[in-house]
Design a binder for this molecule. Structure first.
Ligand code: 5GP
Length: 226
């Protein structure tokens, strides 16, 4: 049976931001376990690796000089300085993945999100909030991986970031991991059903269809109910 509409097969570009300690990384990892069709872009950074970082998986680590070389060569879709280090999204692979219908996730900060939205206006921007500022403080301190200065800087940045929340399309509060992951899935799914993703409509001629229906023997014999 032929379908009435053909929708865009292109994957969605999804930006996920949220203060450091909001739990966005964990939400994305859980989401990816359930959604093998999605792909997370691995960023470049000049920050020092933490003990739980896996080079090539959490980030590709570069020196500041190497990072600046990438900027000069136009290798980055966007980049920003955050808490004294560079972070950037490699341009490579993103377009290929989108064309093949793969959903691409960028876990980037607010500055990067705004740049990507400007470049690709249909980007779905999702902001992850911690349950409360008190809980955020607890998580940042409890992580035990950063210096006091770094924790303070990240906590201050969190306030500035949350003030930018209205630039995003969706907000998810991370007070329950499973619930947050399901909400991300629901947002991406509902975006796929948007009417502006319809590329073509194949709707037959109404009169011809009705004529055919009237000619149908079963219909004439009242064997089918409308
Ligand atoms: P962290 O040092 O905690 O891993 O990351 C610090 C911040 O940098 C987070 O808000 C994270 O989302 C952001 N970030 C990670 N990769 C990128 C990137 O490629 N571009 C931008 N603009 N921000 C990034």
């Amino acid at each position: 049976m032929s379908k009435i509409i053909k929708q865009k097969e292109r994957g969605s570009l999804i930006v996920v931001s949220g203060p450091s300690g909001s739990g966005k990384g964990t939400i994305i990892q859980e989401f990816l376990k359930k959604h093998k069709e999605a792909w997370l872009s691995v960023s470049y950074t000049s920050r020092i690796p933490r003990t739980n970082d896996v080079p090539g998986e959490t980030y590709n680590f570069l020196t500041r000089e190497e990072f600046e070389e990438k900027i000069k060569n136009g290798d980055l879709l966007e980049y920003a300085e955050y808490s004294g280090a560079y972070y950037g999204t490699p341009r490579e692979h993103i377009e290929d993945k989108l064309v093949k219908g793969t959903d691409v996730i960028l876990e980037i900060d607010v500055q990067g999100a705004l740049k990507v939205k400007e470049l690709v206006p249909e980007t779905i921007c999702i902001f992850i909030l911690p349950p409360s500022m008190k809980e955020l403080k607890k998580r940042l301190v409890g992580r035990g991986t950063d210096s006091k200065e770094k924790i303070l800087s990240r906590f201050k940045t969190a306030y500035q970031e949350i003030n930018q929340i209205t630039s995003y399309n969706y907000v998810v509060t991370n007070d329950d991991l499973e619930d947050a992951v399901n909400k991300i899935g629901a947002i991406i799914l509902s975006e796929k059903c948007r009417v502006d993703r319809i590329e073509q409509v194949y709707l037959g001629n109404e009169e011809e269809e009705i004529h055919e229906l009237l000619m149908d023997e079963a219909f004439v014999n009242e064997d089918i109910k409308l």
